[in-house]
Write a protein that binds this ligand. Structure first.
Ligand code: HSE
Length: 376
């Protein structure tokens, strides 16, 4: 059985990955070695062998595959040293550090399995999970890209707290609790004035803003939103917005960043990425300019048939409110795509709304599926 080094298996993405690997009996097919950056010698989550040291290059080099959810700093510290030492095993990584390297393939096999197979045949050994909004978006509407129908796309995202990390989820909930507490006597009194409640809430939010109570996000998220995610690139865009076009095209094998290069032009993709007070589902409103006018029923059929996880939600109020919300999608592998309609700008302009659990298809699932591709 291939020896698979597991690094960062205890964190939030790592824990979701471990659950999925247990559910799919992946551990029956591998010999796992569990590493730790802080608790080497401690007890591993399965088997008798104690935790190995995640900075022990010799131990890492004994692995055929290393699967890491430890984060970008760890990748930065370890990956180049391993390769420089001649280790040519497969490195599967959740962090963004290596994503845009020229020989790193961004893996999302329901969308780019042919690209993965070509890269494998060419000897590629570096596989990186995509940005969560990009992966969830392509799981939903990848069919339109595969059909070469997209002239350009605008995406407006509604990204959950989990994208920031576990502490961010806690902070959001703590803020919600603090806001409720600040106005509870007024809320409990049905005769109190709503504007008094509103004044109480905003006063408490402003007290939190920039304080310890909002230190993870840097601004209050509970009862508010933050229209900036990730670094400021200095040209008016956020890094999260930049990733939308760069990574989507790289996954699709289009444009200059495609592994092996591509003469096909990159599809322009742009929009605004916004943090909202959802827990772990990223949602996105998409606007497409299509290369031609395709009837809606054909578009819906293409989307529905693309993969086993996408579900077209009828563009009606009841179905939307039942099936197209973070509450409906959280913890499931389903990627609903709804609100599909032609926009007022013309018959070749299409709108859609899609949601994905950013810890499943957005992070853990493409990695475990890449592992399966390698070992089967
Ligand atoms: N950058 C994403 C977010 C996280 O902040 O929501 C995972 O790609």
């Amino acid at each position: 059985k291939p020896v698979v080094g597991m690094v960062g298996w205890r964190g939030m993405v790592g824990s979701v990955l471990m659950d999925r690997m247990r559910d799919e009996a992946d551990f029956d097919l591998i010999e796992p070695v569990f590493f730790s950056t802080s608790n080497a010698g401690g007890k591993a989550p399965m088997g008798e062998t104690p935790l190995a040291d995640a900075h022990d290059l010799e131990a890492l080099k004994r692995c055929d595959v290393i699967l890491t959810c430890q984060g970008g700093d760890y990748t930065g510290e370890v990956f180049a040293k391993l390769r420089a030492d001649g280790w040519d095993g497969h490195w599967i990584d959740a962090a963004s550090t290596l994503r845009m390297e020229k020989d790193a393939l961004i893996v999302l096999d329901p969308v780019n399995r042919p690209g993965i197979d070509r890269a494998l045949a060419a000897g590629n050994r570096t596989w990186v999970g995509g940005n969560c909004t990009v992966s969830c978006m392509l799981m939903g509407v990848g069919a339109l890209y595969k059909a070469g129908l997209v002239d350009w796309m605008v995406t407006q995202t509604y990204q959950a707290a989990s994208g920031g990390g576990a502490q961010h989820m806690r902070e959001l909930l703590t803020q919600y609790g603090a806001l409720n507490e600040a106005v509870r006597p007024l809320l409990d009194d049905p005769k109190s004035a709503i504007l008094d409640i509103d004044r109480g809430v905003i006063a408490r939010q402003r007290e939190m803003d920039g304080s310890e109570e909002s230190k993870q996000f840097g601004a209050v998220l509970g009862g508010s939103l933050i229209p900036w995610i990730d670094k400021d690139l200095g040209d008016g865009t956020s890094k999260e917005e930049w990733k939308g076009m760069a990574e989507t095209n790289k996954i699709l094998g289009l444009g200059p960043d495609a592994v092996g290069g591509s003469n096909d032009a990159a599809v322009p993709i742009d929009g605004f990425c916004v943090r909202v007070g959802a827990m772990r589902c990223h949602s996105q409103a998409l606007s497409f300019k299509l290369k031609r006018d395709v009837p809606l029923d054909e578009i819906e059929a293409m989307i529905a048939e693309d993969n086993d996880w996408v579900r077209v939600v009828p563009n009606e109020k009841e179905a939307t409110m039942r099936d197209l919300t973070p509450v409906a999608v959280t913890g499931t592998m389903t990627i609903p795509v709804g609100r599909i309609r032609k926009l007022a700008m013309g018959p070749d302009h299409l709108g859609a709304f899609t949601i994905g659990d950013q810890l499943l298809w957005g992070a853990a699932e493409p990695l475990r599926r890449m592992l399966r591709i390698l070992i089967e």
